[in-house]
Design a protein around this ligand. Structure first.
Ligand code: KQY
Length: 363
């Protein structure tokens, strides 16, 4: 059984590495919910397979899968992608997997946040979420890594760290009434500092427009390296995203990071705007939590990419803007390889490549 520590990572000398640091493995979870993924989740499964293959060329991939989907997933995935029978409620590994911390002495432990499906009974996206809430612990057990059960509701996609003491998040999500309504901003900061060994929290007011996670930071920005971020952007003043990006730019440009640096900001144009099509909406089962209607604005963002072992896995979302996003990343990440994967089907489910992946850092 996994050892659960009652102390905090900070007390024990562990810190969360930045995503640009080396990865041992990446975890994903197989999609199958028909009230989130259209047409029996078949198109989403194909997209997940392509993401897994692109990652697996540089980092080994583990795919969590339910017993009932095991044969189908095994058939669709190449042999070198390891399938692990592990039941989830859906497939957002960024949010349900552990946030890993390391100590520089060859040890790694997982931070297991409480999970309530992006808002619990207030505005959560599905019920129940109990299998998702077990995943971080199961992954720690799989790797024989120790674990901390953190005392707050938090999803991995609602934070970015730079590995040098700075954490980025949004007020919209972390201060939302559906997460930790009894905690003040200062109390939340203290839990984040104690569990990830960060010293500075940079607060951005809002996340991407119409993001059903209550504004996860990983759909708005990405940390390139300490002191440098990519920010989703539009110049269209009629787009509701315009004001959100302006506010974020102001917050980031007025902030300094944990090392006292000003933050360099690269503007990355959003795709589209993109909307759900009639034939896409009609393939999704109706449910109470997630709204899936034709014409709905999709929370599409190129910032929702994964960095893994000098490779960027970039969501391709819009032929009119994909190349521009790729060129920016090649410029901002010299020495990295940028690999695009068609990701509209993942976007239709409410997130993108960063949201469906979680890294296990090298110790
Ligand atoms: O991290 C994410 N973006 C998760 C999105 C959840 C969407 C559920 N339909």
């Amino acid at each position: 059984m996994t050892t659960t520590f009652e102390s905090t990572p900070r007390e024990d000398g562990f810190r969360m590495p930045g995503e640009h640091e080396p990865h041992e493995e990446i975890w994903m979870a197989w999609p199958e919910r028909c009230d989130n993924w259209r047409n029996g989740a078949k198109p989403a499964q194909e997209a997940f397979v392509n993401v897994a293959k692109a990652i697996a060329e540089v980092t080994p991939v583990n795919m969590a899968v339910s017993a009932s989907q095991y044969d189908n997933a095994r058939h669709q995935l190449p042999d070198h992608i390891r399938l692990v029978e592990m039941t989830t409620n859906d497939s957002w590994m960024r949010d349900i997997g552990p946030s890993y911390v390391v100590n520089g002495k060859g040890e790694r432990r997982g931070v297991d946040w409480e999970f309530n499906a992006w808002g619990g009974l207030v505005d959560g996206l599905y019920f129940p979420w109990d299998r998702d809430d077990q995943i971080a612990s199961k992954i720690c057990e799989f790797h024989r890594d120790g674990r901390y059960r953190a005392p707050i509701i938090l999803e991995g996609g609602s934070i970015h760290v730079d590995g040098e003491g700075t954490l980025y998040t949004t007020e919209e999500c972390l201060l939302h009434e559906s997460r930790n309504p009894d905690l003040t901003r200062e109390e939340l900061e203290e839990v984040l500092k104690a569990h990830l060994s960060v010293e500075k929290v940079v607060w951005i007011p809002r996340g991407l427009y119409n993001d059903e996670t209550n504004g996860h930071v990983d759909n708005l920005i990405h940390v390139v390296k300490p002191g440098e971020v990519i920010l989703s952007w539009t110049d269209d003043q009629d787009d509701p995203q315009y004001e959100i990006s302006q506010e974020a730019y102001k917050a980031l440009s007025e902030a300094t990071d944990a090392k006292g640096r000003s933050i360099k900001i690269h503007k990355m144009y959003v795709p589209g705007p993109l909307f759900m099509k009639e034939e896409e909406a009609s393939g999704i089962d109706a449910c109470d939590g997630m709204e899936r209607e034709a014409g709905e604005r999709l929370a599409g963002s190129y910032a929702n990419f994964l960095i893994t072992n000098k490779r960027i896995i970039l969501p391709l979302l819009d032929p009119a803007h994909d190349e521009q996003a790729k060129v920016l990343l090649q410029d901002v990440f010299p020495g990295y390889e940028v690999v695009g994967v068609d990701a509209r089907e993942i976007l239709l489910g409410g997130g993108n490549i960063h949201c469906i992946t979680q890294q296990v850092p090298v110790v």
